[in-house]
Ligand binder design. Sequence first.
Ligand code: SAM
Length: 282
Amino acid sequence: MAQIDTLPPLREVIAAHGLNAKKSLGQNFLLDLNLTSRIARSAGNLEDCTVLEIGPGPGGLTRALLAAGAKKVVAIEKDSRCLPALSEISDHYPGRLDVVEGDALDLDPVELTGGGKVRIAANLPYNVGTQLLLNWITTPEWPPFWSSLTLMFQKEVGERITAKQGSKAYGRLGVLAGWRCKGGILFDISPKAFIPPPKVTSAVVHLEPNPNPLPCDLKALEKVTAAAFGQRRKMLRASLKSLSPEAEDLITQSGLKPTARAEEIDVPGFVELANVFQAAQG
Ligand code: SAM
């Protein structure tokens, strides 16, 4: 196994601090430093930026990010049991690691990272991963505060984020991510690489902001995709009726067939639908 620093191996860190994994916190620790280094490298050049990491746990990915040269890592961890292990990493890399104890859903990432270039890298806790991603890709200001996201999800979630029109995994998440971001799945990680092993394969997704997404109101796009995919087996003329009694006409005005189903509509199609429905509502 790779030696990336002179800190103790992660297995020893976990044993020394009694970090038996808690399911309620989505804790599956990645011990293979070859893999954590691969994720850190996938995040791009870290030397000129602050890396925001969610859920450092015992610090495997944190160490890889610092060893890869991250100017600064700001890591948010909910489990206070991990703090002593993380403070040993801080001591090893003076001035380069800030650990914030708390729930990433409640904290303001812009305030914590303090401006400048920010990359986000994390092995996300599965129970809040999708919500965190949605928060980052639906920020009102665009381009957003981050310049890349390198995130590990359950593979099925990674497939939904990167899904294209016509595939089973395509839905609201794929439309929002496809509208505002570019990128894809970089590689899979087997359950065997984790302690304890999760039930499913994981995938590392890398996304960068699309600098010029097609003009569209975010709320309108969210409304149309929620209605269309909420009843994905129905034709658009039925699934979008809840948004307007004129749904059929508005779909035709958008250049789409009222008999089409949500999964047949590509991202520009949804953008057009959102714009036409929003204009009709004045
Ligand atoms: N980064 C470590 C690794 O790769 O081995 C741990 C990843 S583990 C899948 C998820 C981590 O997120 C755990 O350390 C857990 O305590 C933490 N966590 C869970 N929910 C959180 C939340 N809402 N905010 C911040 N951290 C959270």
